[in-house]
Structure formats: structure tokens, C-alpha cells
Design a protein around this ligand. Structure first.
Ligand code: GLN
Ligand code: ZN
Length: 758
């Protein structure tokens, strides 16, 4: 029985790739220097996995920015606007596609969106109707050689053609992207032929198999993979699906004309019985029994019995043991955590530990003695189940005491809007930002010094106050209408709240890639959540004391806190979310009491939490909406509640966005040139909206005229009284000298459009 992984985290155990990438983008290091770091990281990760007992190692899971962009470049699908000669992108072309090009005639970046229901963002491939493909990049082949040379048993990994096409978008006119398969297949075949003899397996990731698929789409898998199989000679093909069960795609998966199928048994355990009964007799089955999406230890005894049952039907030579999905979504190594509480730490496993778990499971099934490991695993489970740190009686009592009116504002939006418009007195098309301002190295240094006890509280507070004051002054100078304090005290919008809640714990190095070089360190919910003391009051009140304009109170919403944390797997997500909502509600109430009139509760992750299958979405949306309203409904009519969302396809959840009943929502829209407003038009969204006019993911400074154009476009859909003007998202990753001219342009654009309206 073989063990393998589908992919490993790629940013480096100490985020070496991030540092090097950013240095390269700044022009501080050469491309060679970057390439050397990348190679070191790859070799190191293969060694770690092999050392933990993984037999078959993934190659191709590494990326400088994103694996979908890699695939687009690999097969020459490069949008024309980048002017790349004969479809062969250089490293700098690649980064221009990923990040856009700065300057007067800058080119916007390609669109980015969430990878299934994770917090990883991929670059959305763009296809023309007559898109041609060819094998334009041989880096996968070179990496395969690199791993083989290092003595590893190699499995090449890349997105499968159906997932690649389905997750892409039509460049201009709409057409059926799957019609492009006939152009794409020969390019894949060429790659397969070139890899033959260089490695033993090739893995095509087809996580679309975890989605609801049309019958016509399902019918395409067989012929595509038959063609691949015929081209593969001695190379064996594995098709991998993850992030959910197979549902009614099971028949397609079980009869793929390839050599192996990987399934996610953490989320799709219910598929196993039928799979074992119906799977093709020449198909091996890779069992994803270790959760690649969470940080808890696997229940080894359960996993072993699952694997044994598969072996008894298929024979152990047809069974692989693996994590459920790529380990990209969990942190590197629990051993690096020196500050975690020992008891809580004993309940966890990160990427490296998960590799070992896979090994133990395989060993146990093969009859090797793993009794020590199993005893340790069992003890950890017992300790977690019985720990008094997990359960808080006060929280359960508060939840039990909730009444229906706790979930609704006192009056409806039209009534509130009238009151608010009079009392707040904002101009037409009010300008604002999403919350964070550039996090200068000085602010970061102070935060980290305070965290490490190198400076005391007064010194830290003074530094934050100084930054806040600077933000307020700059915003007043730029002429923004509704101000923010700039969020200097926040390392991360979820971690910050988690740190101030009870029931949370934190890692020092538990980074997970979010997009490109950006990583987040999701906090971990291990127990019942509560908020012992106010969190944001002091900062907001200080900011407000500096200006006559309104300063928004900035909070992160319950659904986002849930989605961007590693959560408990011992109670339903909905239950955890409600606990968080109550904690946020306490903060909202305190902000209002202290005189704050505008409170923003960010929910950028609302869409991402949506289950992949239609059949499960309604239930999720019900409790997610409810949690948001629970957190925000305790305020008076005159208090304006804002929310913010980004990276969203709003179509599917537009009813729910309305059901949140926030007075104002700001959304990301500029990268897609306001395309998404279509869904708001069809539904005729009832409350106020600020569709972003400034793409904050790109260093380019948007021109005033262009933002005016976007606003005019928005006005076709949204009445002026309900339109706000703001960037796509927070500005923490940008520099002041990008942000200032951009926001000045934005304010001027609003003024000009306002004039025309009057
Ligand atoms: N208020 C947050 C910020 O401005 C929102 C970030 C987000 O939507 N991801 O940084
Ligand atoms: Zn955002």
C-alpha cells in the first residue's frame, strides 16, 4: 500500500518564498536569486514529506504565485492585453498577469477568486472563443527531473483540463468554455508524452467532481481521460477530487479509464460503500482519510478501519492512503509552535504531522506495530473531549435565552435610511474606504515589539495613536466623507478579534497562503467563544476625537471569523458561528453606547462559506444570515450598519446579502469592471451599495476619469441616493504613495459625478 500527498504548502516553512518574491518585486534581488530560493523550498519540502514516510511525492504543487495561473502559462492561454510574444510568458510577464502593471498605461491584473470553499485565491484563466493552446512552458518537466534527480519517487501534479476550463472565464463574448477541450487536449497530451519515462504517476486535479455537474459535462470525463490514458504509455494517471463527496458524479469517477482515483473521505465518507462496489477493477483508490482542511489530529483508529475495509474489497495493492486534499490549506509544522499550550497542542496536526499520520495509518493496515502511536492518538482525543477549557456554561445559557427579536433591526431599511440621512448628513455619493490603510514598516515593528514584550503598553498605544492621527489627517486632506482609523493595531482582521475572545488559541508560525505572497495565520477555535472586555472602543473613540467627520467602527463579522479560523470539529459550524455572533454583538453595543454612529461589520467570507453543493446551501445561508443579524441588530435606527464583501460571485447569494439587512454594503467590483452589478440590478437590491472603483490588489493608480466611468456605469443600476464610492477592499497591502493619489482621484471622481447629478 502506497502513501502520497496531493500537494504541500509552498510558501516555505518560514515564508521564505514570500520574502524572496516581495524582494524580487521591489527589484532588490535577481530572478536567479528567486529561482534558487524556489528550488531550495521544493527540495526541502520533498525531503520533509519523504522523511515523514510519504512514498509518492507531488511535483508541480509549487508555484510562484498560483497553480491555475501556472497552468494558463503552461498551455499558452495568455490574455492579449499583456502583449506576450508567441504565447511564451517570461517570469515578469507571469507577474504582470498576476499583479497588473503599474504606471500611466498600466495593465490590470487578471481576475482573482476563491478556490472552491477555501480562503486560497486563484487567478482566473481567461479564454477567447477561438483560444488555442500549446505546451508553452516546460517548468513542470524540469521540476519532475529535479525531484527525480534528488532520488524521489515522483508524481507530477497539475489541474485537470475540465477543472481548468470550468474555473476560467470567457474573455469577451460568452461561449461554452468546454468547447475548447478539443484545442486543449493535444497540449495536455504533449505534456503527458514528454513526462512519460520521467515519473511514475501524473495527477490531474479535478475538484469540479465535488460540484453539481450537468450531464453533458459528466459525459466529457470519459473521452478526455481515455485520450490521456492512450498517450501515457508507462505513465500512470490519477484523477484527484476533493473538498466534498462525489454525490451523483460517483458513477463518472468510479469508471474513469485511468489508473487511480483519489477521493476526499473526510467530507465524502458516505461515498465509500458505493465506490467499493462499483469502481472499475483496474482503478486504484486513493483514500483521503486525513483532513487536509483542518488542524485537528486524525482519528487514527477510524481511519485505519476505513482503509482496512477498502483493502478487504480491493486488495492492498490497489489502495493508497493520503490526506483528503492538498496540504496547501494547513500550516507547515506543529513542531515550530513553541508557545502553544501543551494540552491544546496535543490535539493538533499540521502538514508535516499529517504526513506522519498517513504513514501510521498505512503501517497499521500493513500489520506493522504502531501501538505507541495509536495510544498517544487515543489519549489526545480523550483529553480534548473532557477538557473543561472547551465548555463554558455562561455561553450556552446566553444562547438558550435568545428571542426572535434579537435577530432583527427595530425598523425596516426605508425608515432607518430616512432617519440616518437626516442625522448623518452625508453628501450624495459619499466617499469612504474599507478600513485599513497602508501598514508601514514602523507600525508593523511597533506591533511586533509590543507582542514580544520589547515595548510597554503606553509606548505601543502612543505609536498606534500617532498612526491613527496621521490616517485621520490624510483622510481629511483627501476629502473623504466617512473616515476610518486605519486598523494599525490589527495584524489580521480575524486574528485580532480571536485574540480578544475566549475560546481561541494562536500559533506563532501557522501561516497559510491566501493569494500570491499573502499569507494568513488563521486562529484556532478550540472552545466556546465569548468576549470578556471591549476590543476596539479605545481606538475608534480616539480617532473620532480627532475629527468632526464620522469615523466608522470597524469589526469583523461572525461568518468571516468562522470561515477564516480553524474551527472545532466537535460541534456544528452553525453553533460556533452563533457564539461568535454574540461576542461581536457585545462589541457593537459598546461602540454605539460610546457614540459611534457608523459601524462596519465585514463579511468578506460570506460567499466562501457557501457549501459547494446546491442541496446544502440553503441551510448554510439561513444560519449565516441569522448570525450576521444577531451581531448587528441590537442598535438604534439611527446607527448605520455597514458591511463589506470581496471576491464574491454575488449572483447565488444576492438574496442573502439583502437578508443581512445592512444599511450599506461595499463590494469588490472594479476588477470585473462592474460586471457583477448585473445581479444587483436583476434583484433590485434594496439598501445602499458601494461597488469598488479602485482595484487595491494592483499597484497601479486608477485614473479619475476611469473611476467616473465606473460610477456612471453603477448609476445605471443603483439610484444615486443609494450609491457609495469606495475602493474594492482594505488598503493595508498598498503604499501611501499609491493610496493617496488613488483616493484623491476617487474623491474627485465622486465630486464630478455628483456635480453632473445635481
Ligand atoms: N476592514 C478590512 C480592511 O480594510 C476588510 C478586509 C477584507 O475585506 N478582506 O482591511
Ligand atoms: Zn475586502
Amino acid at each position: 500500500m502506497q502513501t502520497h500527498t496531493l500537494g504541500y504548502p509552498r510558501i516555505g516553512s518560514n515564508r521564505e518564498l514570500k520574502q524572496k518574491l516581495e524582494a524580487y518585486w521591489r527589484g532588490d534581488v535577481s530572478a536567479d536569486d528567486l529561482a534558487i530560493t524556489a528550488q531550495k523550498i521544493r527540495l526541502n519540502h520533498w525531503n520533509i514529506q519523504a522523511g515523514a514516510g510519504v512514498d509518492l511525492l507531488p511535483v508541480g504543487d509549487f508555484s510562484y504565485y498560483d497553480h491555475m495561473l501556472d497552468n494558463a502559462v503552461r498551455f499558452g492561454a495568455i490574455p492579449e492585453r499583456y502583449n506576450v510574444e508567441n504565447g511564451q510568458a517570461s517570469l515578469d510577464d507571469y507577474f504582470r498577469m498576476a499583479r497588473g502593471e503599474a504606471g500611466e498605461n498600466g495593465i490590470p491584473a487578471m481576475e482573482m477568486t476563491k478556490w472552491f470553499d477555501t480562503n486560497y485565491h486563484y487567478i482566473v484563466p481567461e479564454f477567447k472563443k477561438d483560444q488555442s493552446f500549446r505546451l508553452a512552458d516546460d517548468s513542470l518537466i524540469r521540476q519532475v527531473e529535479e525531484a527525480a534527480f534528488a532520488g524521489h519517487k515522483v508524481k507530477a501534479v497539475l489541474p485537470g483540463p475540465l477543472t481548468f476550463l470550468m474555473l476560467g472565464k470567457c474573455a469577451d463574448e460568452q461561449f461554452d468554455k468546454l468547447n475548447l477541450l478539443q484545442n486543449l487536449i493535444p497540449a495536455y497530451v504533449e505534456l503527458i508524452e514528454k513526462l512519460s519515462g520521467k515519473c511514475s504517476w501524473i495527477q490531474f486535479d479535478e475538484p469540479v467532481l465535488a460540484l453539481d455537474l450537468d450531464e453533458e459535462v459528466k459525459r466529457l470525463f470519459g473521452p478526455v481521460y481515455r485520450t490521456f490514458k492512450e498517450a501515457s504509455s508507462n505513465l500512470r494517471i490519477l484523477v484527484a477530487t476533493y473538498f466534498g463527496g462525489l454525490g451523483n458524479n460517483l458513477d463518472v469517477a468510479a469508471h474513469l479509464p485511468v489508473d487511480g482515483l483519489h477521493v476526499d473521505l473526510v467530507r465524502g465518507y458516505q461515498d465509500l460503500g458505493l465506490l467499493l462496489k462499483t469502481i472499475n477493477s483496474d482503478l486504484s483508490l486513493s483514500l483521503g482519510v486525513v483532513d487536509g482542511r483542518n488542524i485537528w489530529r486524525a482519528d487514527l483508529e477510524k481511519a485505519i478501519s476505513t482503509v482496512k475495509s477498502a483493502c478487504s474489497v480491493l486488495g492492498s495493492d490497489r489502495v493508497f492512503v493520503a490526506p483528503s486534499c492538498s496540504l496547501l490549506h494547513v500550516p507547515f509544522d506543529l513542531d515550530l509552535e513553541t508557545k502553544l499550550d501543551d494540552e491544546i497542542k496535543s490535539w493538533m496536526a499540521f502538514a508535516k504531522q499529517k504526513c506522519s499520520e498517513v504513514r501510521i495509518i498505512a503501517d497499521a493496515v500493513s500489520g506493522l506495530d504502531v501501538s505507541t502511536e495509536l495510544a498517544e492518538n487515543r489519549a489526545a482525543f480523550e483529553s480534548r473531549k473532557n477538557s473543561s477549557r472547551v465548555h463554558n456554561l455562561k455561553v450556552s445559557q446566553q444562547l438558550a435565552g435568545l428571542k426572535p427579536e434579537d435577530f432583527h433591526r427595530k425598523s425596516s431599511y426605508p425608515v432607518r435610511a430616512e432617519i440616518q440621512h437626516t442625522s448623518l448628513g452625508f453628501p450624495l455619493l459619499p466617499t469612504t474606504t474599507i478600513g485599513s490603510f497602508p501598514q508601514t514598516s514602523e507600525v508593523r515593528a511597533k506591533r511586533s515589539a509590543y507582542r514580544n514584550n520589547r515595548i510597554d503598553q503606553p509606548e505601543y498605544k502612543a505609536a498606534m495613536y500617532k498612526y491613527i492621527e496621521d490616517c485621520i489627517r490624510r483622510q481629511e486632506d483627501m476629502g473623504l466623507d466617512v473616515l476610518v482609523h486605519g486598523e494599525p493595531e490589527r495584524n489580521d482582521m480575524v486574528e485580532y478579534f480571536g485574540e480578544n475572545f475566549e475560546g481561541y488559541c494562536f500559533t506563532s508560525n501557522g501561516w497559510v497562503q491566501s493569494y500570491g505572497s499573502r499569507c494568513v495565520k488563521p486562529p484556532i477555535i478550540f472552545g466556546d467563544i465569548s468576549r470578556p472586555v471591549p476590543i476596539t472602543l479605545d481606538w475608534i473613540n480616539y480617532a473620532q476625537s480627532l475629527s468632526d467627520k464620522e469615523v466608522k467602527g470597524m469589526l469583523t463579522g461572525p461568518v468571516t471569523i468562522l470561515c477564516w479560523s480553524f474551527v472545532r470539529d466537535d460541534q456544528p459550524r452553525s453553533e460556533t458561528c452563533r457564539q461568535i455572533a454574540l461576542a461581536v454583538r457585545d462589541e457593537v453595543a459598546d461602540l454605539e453606547k460610546s457614540g459611534v454612529k457608523v459601524i462596519q461589520i465585514d463579511e468578506p467570507a460570506l460567499r466562501e462559506g457557501l457549501p459547494l453543493r446546491k442541496s446544502e446551501q440553503k441551510e448554510y445561508l439561513r444560519w449565516a444570515e441569522e448570525a450576521f443579524r444577531l451581531s448587528s441588530s441590537c442598535v438604534k435606527d439611527e446607527t448605520q450598519i455597514h458591511t463589506h464583501m470581496c471576491y464574491c460571485e454575488f449572483d447565488e447569494i444576492i438574496d442573502s446579502i439583502a437578508a443581512l439587512d445592512a444599511d450599506v454594503i461595499s463590494i469588490e467590483a472594479s476588477r470585473s469592471r462592474m460586471e457583477l452589478l448585473g445581479s444587483f440590478e436583476q434583484f433590485s437590491y434594496p439598501n445602499e451599495i458601494g461597488p469598488g472603483v479602485y482595484d487595491i490588489h494592483s499597484p497601479s493608480i486608477p485614473a479619475q476619469a476611469d473611476m467616473e466611468l465606473l460610477l456612471e456605469k453603477a448609476l445605471k443600476v443603483i439610484p444615486a441616493e443609494r450609491l457609495w464610492v469606495n475602493p474594492d477592499c482594505g488598503l493595508k497591502t498598498r503604499k501611501w504613495d499609491e493610496v493617496e493619489p488613488a483616493l484623491k482621484n476617487m474623491v474627485q471622481a465622486a465630486i464630478n459625478v455628483r456635480k453632473r447629478l445635481n
